[in-house]
Each structure stands twice: as C-alpha cells, then as structure tokens.
Ligand binder design. Structure first.
Ligand code: PHB
Length: 369
C-alpha cells in the first residue's frame, strides 16, 4: 500500500458532523473498568490513558452509564453524579490540551446487569423479562444473569430522561459530542432486536415499534447537543450478550432511513466483534443508505482500513484492541512500524499495568516493511 505522505488515504482530512478531523483513525470505545471507588469516578490515571492516545482524530470514550440503573459491570464510570462530571473534566481537559477531540459514549446496559449493581438491589430492567445467557461481572465476581424486569410503558419517558440528563452532563464535563450506544446487546439494542423484545405496546412488535425508543432517545439527545455532535453505534449482526434478529437488513435498513431525518454526525458500525464467522450482511448497502459519515469498526488493520476508505466503504475507521496496546497507533500506521500486542489479562480492571504502560515507539525502531 502507498503510504507516502500525500497519498496515504488514512491521513487525509475528513468531515465528521460539526468537526473537521485531521485524518481517518478513530479510537473506538473500550471498557477498561478502572474508575475510582466508591462512585465510579474517572481519575487522573484515566486522563493520562486518554491523553496518551490523543493523536487519534477522535476518541470515543469507554461506555459510560447514564444513570445508576444503566450500570452493568463493576468499576465502569458513570456520567450521572457531580463527582463523575468533575472526574471527566480531567479527561476532556487532558485530551484537549493534546489537540484532540473526545465524545462520550452513553450507555444503559438494560438486562446485562445484576441486582447487586442496581440501586436498592432491584432487578435490572429490559424490554421483556427474558434472561441473557452468561454471567454478570459484579464486585463479587462473575454471577449468572437474572431474569430482568420488563419496563412498564409509563417508565419509558424516564429512560429517555436519563439519556437527556446524561447528554447535559457530558456537555458540562467538556466533551465535544456524544455517541449513543445502541450496539452489542445493551438496552437500546435489546429494544431493537426480536429475541429480546416481546412487548405488545408501542415499543415492541413491528420494526417501527422496536426502533421507537432509540429514535426518541436520539431526539432527546440531539435536542441537547445539536445533531452534528451526536453519533450512534450499532452492531446489526452482533450476537454478543445473547441477542439475535431474524432479519437485520430489514431492521437496520428501516432504522437508518429514520436516522437520516436527523442529520447525525455519524453512523458507527460494529461489523465484527470477537471471533467467529462473518455473518452475511451487506454493510456497504447500509453505508450507502446512511446520508452521513460512516465509521467502520471490527478487526481492521492499517491496510484493510485503507482499502475500505479507497473503495468508498467507509469514511473513518475506529480501532479498538490495537488502541489498548498502542497509544501512538497513528504514528505507527504512518511509518508502517510494528505494533505492540495487547494483553487480555489486563483489559478489565486493575491499575496502571496494561493500561498506561504500553510503550510508545522508539524513534529509531521503525521497520521498513
Ligand atoms: C464489555 O465490557 O465487555 C463491553 C462493553 C461495551 C460493549 C461491548 C463489550 O459495547
């Protein structure tokens, strides 16, 4: 691939909603479970981690619970208390001082939680009382998921309110925008997909009804930020967190048509997550039907990212695992330098180790491959 400075497509400028970005490499949201206890508060160490990675054109924060009810994993940060807002200010300031931009990823996990993580030990909430397979990551270790409580129709405005308040808090914390997390089997995805949504009210049944909550959330969040500072993340083919849909092309085709009415900053698509066969889904068709920037994510290398950009299949590429281990991923891509390997043992929880101690490139250690 041609990596000479003027020709490398990865390093061309790109427009993303309200922002003009210097290149096409984005840091994907990554759960790292290292917020301060009690209170799930971002710290100076978190600020350092993000600052180290701020040669990314845009950083999307780790998934962040919008409310105490939205929490599903031990040690993940929130954006609902004053202490959390103050903690996030350290992060946004550190990233801005390095000249980058950062969006907050807004997260409500729905049923992917446990009563021990919920206010007053309540059951997690979901569109329907259907248990996920697998285990929750709690302060007591891994414990089997419980059967969640189905939300009453009357509770839905309260959920939308949680998103709206979190959007305001993100503004106060100094973020440049927000990403609504509608992927990977969490609350909004649970509403979208058939296997988790058996409701008989206006929020279940038809594709139109299953999309309703997400669209109402987008309406509320864009009313706070303006649409050009709001992105959305979806995973049409994902089965993580035991979720499925019999016709994702139809479900997400409808959704994208409706999202087009908002003029959002971007559509961020998890095209692959984890191991396993690539499902049959026409991402390029989805990309063409969305009238705005498309961020592709899922196992891309520098070269497959270039191919995607050149062939018009995407506008930006978000890198996840590679960003865990390579704070200077952009500089490495520019030079074709080798990458550090990420250590899965330190992905979630813990301290500096495997978090802010991955080495930067040494100036002379650049390969010519
Ligand atoms: C996780 O913590 O494993 C996790 C969180 C958010 C995602 C996906 C995975 O979107």
């Amino acid at each position: 691939m041609d990596r000479t400075a003027e020709k490398d497509v990865l390093f061309t400028k790109g427009e993303l909603g309200a922002y003009s970005l210097p290149h096409r490499v984005i840091m994907a949201p990554l759960t790292r479970s290292r917020s301060k206890q009690p209170g799930n508060i971002p710290t100076e160490m978190n600020a350092k981690y993000y600052a180290q990675r701020s040669s990314a054109a845009l950083i999307i924060s780790e998934a962040t619970q919008i409310s105490p009810q939205g929490m599903g994993y031990a040690f993940t940060p929130g954006i609902h208390s004053n202490e959390q807002i103050e903690g996030w200010k350290k992060v946004t300031k550190a990233v801005h001082e390095k000249g980058s931009k950062i969006f907050l990823q807004m997260w409500h996990v729905g049923r992917i939680s446990h009563s021990s993580l919920q206010p007053e030990g309540a059951l997690p909430v979901a569109p329907s009382a259907i248990k996920a397979e697998g285990e929750a990551f709690t302060y007591q270790g891994l414990v089997p998921f419980e059967t969640p409580r189905a939300l009453e129709t009357e509770e839905i405005p309260g959920i939308i309110q949680q998103y709206e308040q979190a959007a305001r808090n993100a503004k106060e914390a100094g973020f440049d925008g927000v990403e609504v997390h509608a992927a990977n089997g969490y609350l909004l995805d649970q509403f979208l997909r058939e296997s988790t949504n058996k409701r008989t009210d206006a929020y279940g049944g038809s594709i139109e009804n299953r999309s309703r909550l997400l669209l109402e959330v987008i309406e509320a969040v864009t009313s706070v930020w303006g649409p050009d500072k709001v992105g959305i993340r979806i995973s049409p083919t994902g089965t993580f967190n035991s979720i499925t849909d019999s016709d994702p092309e139809k479900t997400f085709g409808y959704l994208v048509d409706r999202l087009n009415l908002f003029g959002l900053a971007y559509l961020h698509v998890v095209e692959a997550f984890g191991e396993g066969p690539k499902p049959d889904f026409d991402f390029n068709r989805l990309r063409k039907s969305f009238q705005g920037p498309y961020i592709a994510n899922g196992g891309y290398t520098a070269d497959s990212a270039r191919e995607s950009l050149i062939s018009g299949k995407s506008d930006f590429i978000a890198f996840g695992t590679k960003y865990i281990a390579n704070p200077d991923l952009v500089e490495r891509f520019k030079l074709g330098a080798p990458l550090n390997e990420a250590d899965p043992n330190t992905f979630y929880g813990g301290n500096e180790k495997g978090y802010i101690d991955y080495p930067f490139m040494e100036v002379n250690a650049v390969s010519n491959e």
